[in-house]
Write a new protein. Structure first.
Length: 346
C-alpha cells in the first residue's frame, strides 16, 4: 500500500516476523499486463473465487469487497492481500502500515470502518481491513478514470488503481500513468501474476435434464442421507421440520445451481453456516428460490447471475452440522417445500 505522501511510496513489510521486500524487474509487468480482469472489463460486481484459494472465514468479505465496483474483482482483492501482507492480519511494515491490507494510520482514519459490527474499527480486524481495501480501491479506480478522461494519465484502469494504492494517486497523475518506480512496477506484476491463483474458472451453464424442473445440485451418484420432513434435529435435539434434503458428499464437492437465476444472498448465517440463496423468478405465478447450505466455501456474490449447473460453492460442514453434506432447499413464495419432486426424485 501507499507508505508515504498520503498513501503512496515504497516500503517492505514484516510477515511472520520476517522482513520481506518484493521487487520484480520492470520487464515482469509486460508478461502479465493485459491478462486477468482490469479496466472496464472487470467483473467485480459478479466475480467469484477459486474454491479453496481463500480461507473460508475471509471468503464472504473478499466477495463483498470485490463486488463494490466493476474494476476490482474478488480475485484482485485476494491477490492484493497476498502481495501486501501474505494474509497475515498482524503484519506491520517498518513504515507503520498495518494489517492484511497494510493501511497507513492516516489513510485508515479516512477509509476504516467497523465492517463486521463488533464495536471497533481496526486495520488488524480482517473484515474491517478487507472492506476498507475494497472501498479505497474503488475510489482510486474512479479517480484514475477521471485522470484518463482528462488526458492526465494513460493505461489500464486496474494497473493505475493498483499503482495509486502503492505509490499514491498523485504519483500516477505526475507521471501520466504507472510511475516508473521499481517497487510499484514489481507490485503490479506480482498482483497480476497472483490473480489467476484466486480467480474462479467459470463453467458454462448446463441444461435441465428432460422432464425435470431442476437439475441435481451435485454431479455424481450421491445418496440422500436425510429427506425433507419432520425429524429429530441432530444438533439441536428437537423434533422439527427438516426444510430440505441432505445429500451425503465429501467436503469440497462442487455445489451447483439447480436452476438459473440471481444470487440474492451469499454469506454466513449461524445455523446454515456458509449459505447461498438463488432467486429463479416465477413459475406458474409462484416465486421460486433455492438455497445451498453448510458449505466449506462460497464461490458467488450477491447480485451475480448463475446458470443451471454452475458452481455456487463447495460441500462442507459449517453451521449446525454433524459432518460434510449438501443441504439443499426449495422455497415457493417463501415457504419451504419438498425438493424431491422438483429434482425428479419422486
Amino acid at each position: 500500500m501507499s507508505k508515504s505522501g498520503g498513501n503512496g511510496g515504497r516500503a517492505s513489510w514484516i510477515v511472520g516476523g520476517v522482513l520481506a521486500l518484493v521487487v520484480l524487474p520492470l520487464g515482469a509487468m509486460v508478461a502479465v499486463s493485459g491478462g486477468p480482469p482490469g479496466g472496464g472489463d472487470g467483473k467485480g460486481a459478479g466475480g467469484s473465487l477459486r474454491n479453496g484459494a481463500v480461507d473460508p472465514a475471509y471468503v464472504p468479505w473478499v466477495l463483498k469487497a470485490g463486488a463494490l465496483c466493476e474494476a476490482v474483482t474478488p480475485a484482485v482483492i485476494a491477490a492484493q492481500i497476498e502481495a501486501e501482507s501474505n494474509w497475515n492480519p498482524d503484519a506491520v511494515s517498518p513504515a507503520g502500515a498495518r494489517g492484511l491490507a497494510q493501511f497507513m494510520p492516516g489513510t485508515w482514519r479516512t477509509w476504516g470502518e467497523d465492517a463486521d459490527g463488533d464495536g471497533r474499527s481496526s486495520p488488524f480486524d480482517p473484515p474491517d481491513a478487507i472492506m476498507a481495501q475494497g472501498a479505497y480501491d474503488c475510489a482510486l479506480a474512479r479517480q484514475v478514470e477521471r485522470y484518463k478522461q482528462r488526458g492526465r494519465a494513460k493505461g489500464d484502469t486496474l494497473d493505475l488503481t493498483l499503482a495509486a494504492y502503492n505509490a499514491g494517486p498523485g504519483a500516477v497523475q505526475r507521471h501520466g500513468g504507472v510511475p516508473p518506480y521499481m517497487e510499484t512496477r514489481g507490485y503490479l506484476a506480482r498482483i497480476r501474476s497472483l490473480i489467476p491463483k484466486y480467480a474462479s474458472v467459470e463453467e458454462a451453464a448446463g441444461e435441465l435434464p428432460p422432464g425435470r424442473r431442476m437439475a441435481m445440485p451435485l454431479r455424481g451418484n450421491f445418496p440422500v442421507t436425510s429427506p425433507y420432513g419432520m425429524r429429530m434435529h441432530p444438533t439441536l435435539h428437537v423434533y422439527k421440520l427438516h426444510t430440505g434434503i441432505d445429500i451425503g458428499a465429501p467436503a469440497g464437492t462442487p455445489f451447483l445451481a439447480a436452476l438459473g437465476g440471481e444470487v440474492t444472498f451469499a454469506g454466513w448465517t449461524t445455523g446454515y453456516g456458509n449459505r447461498v440463496v438463488v432467486a429463479h423468478g416465477t413459475v406458474d405465478g409462484k416465486r421460486i428460490e433455492t438455497t445451498y447450505n453448510h458449505m466449506s466455501a462460497v464461490d458467488v456474490a450477491r447480485g451475480q447471475r448463475v446458470g443451471v449447473g454452475q458452481r455456487v460453492g463447495a460441500v462442507g460442514s459449517t453451521g449446525f452440522s454433524t459432518g460434510p453434506h449438501a443441504h439443499f432447499e426449495v422455497r415457493v413464495d417463501g415457504t419451504y417445500v419438498d425438493p424431491a419432486p422438483w429434482l425428479g426424485m419422486t
